[in-house]
Design a protein around this ligand. Structure first.
Ligand code: ATP
Length: 198
């Protein structure tokens, strides 16, 4: 389902760079420090990672190309992940879904789905239950297998629920329950007022 990743000004990728992931297995090779892990960082980042530490930096702006001896620093970092949606697996009416995240030196940041500005919540909703989220099992990094094996029953269950696509509905249910509670309390307040006035 992952089709491509496009980076610009992201960490060591100063120039616009596109990685295509054709069917089958893709292997990225290169010397130490050449930017292999930065590609995985970009995927986590575009899918909404809020933790600079998990991206091996101190601050979020650390993802912006910081310049080299031969070229100046970039003003912004951008990453776009392209999913093939021919099977309609993602709830977007388009054969391809582009999720973009951009951050400027000022700290301003934005998310886009197919070039439309959206909230982080929309990105999370889009990928929830598909197994491609940052907390899901599709990005298996060093130490993660260990953590999965050592997880308690509750955490392990969450991994299976994400894989089975249940977590999407659980989150929707929780949201609906919260809304219901708000309406209920508004209703109580309203009936108090009605009583007072009456
Ligand atoms: P290894 O095989 O050692 O794990 P790697 O290929 O995974 O290496 P990365 O860790 O992805 O390499 O890349 C690290 C490189 O990215 C370093 O050279 C670092 O200077 C560079 N880098 C990280 N952040 C930035 C940034 N904001 N601007 C420019 N370069 C950066």
């Amino acid at each position: 389902m992952l089709k491509a990743l496009e980076l610009a000004g992201f960490k060591s990728f100063a120039d616009r760079t596109r990685f295509d992931f054709p069917d089958g297995i893709t292997v990225v090779v290169g010397p130490n420090g050449s930017g292999k892990s930065n590609i995985v960082d970009a995927m986590k980042w575009v899918l909404g990672s809020q933790s600079a530490k998990s991206l091996r930096g101190k601050e979020m702006s650390d993802v912006i190309f910081k310049g080299s001896q031969t070229r100046p620093a970039a003003g912004a970092a951008e990453a776009t992940i392209v999913f093939d949606n021919a099977d309609g697996n993602l709830p977007v009416d388009a054969p391809e879904v582009h999720v973009t995240r951009r951050v400027y030196r000022s700290g301003e940041s934005e998310y886009l789905i197919n070039k439309q500005s959206v909230r982080l919540k929309d990105v999370r909703d889009l990928i929830r239950g598909t197994g491609i989220g940052i907390d899901a099992y599709s990005l298996i990094e060093q130490g993660k297998v260990d953590r999965m094996l050592q997880a308690n029953a509750k955490d392990r269950r969450a991994i299976f629920e994400e894989a089975a696509g249940i977590s999407r509905f659980k989150a929707k249910k929780l949201e609906a329950e919260r809304r219901l509670a708000r309406v209920q309390s508004n209703l109580t307040r309203l009936s108090d007022i009605v009583e007072e006035v009456g």
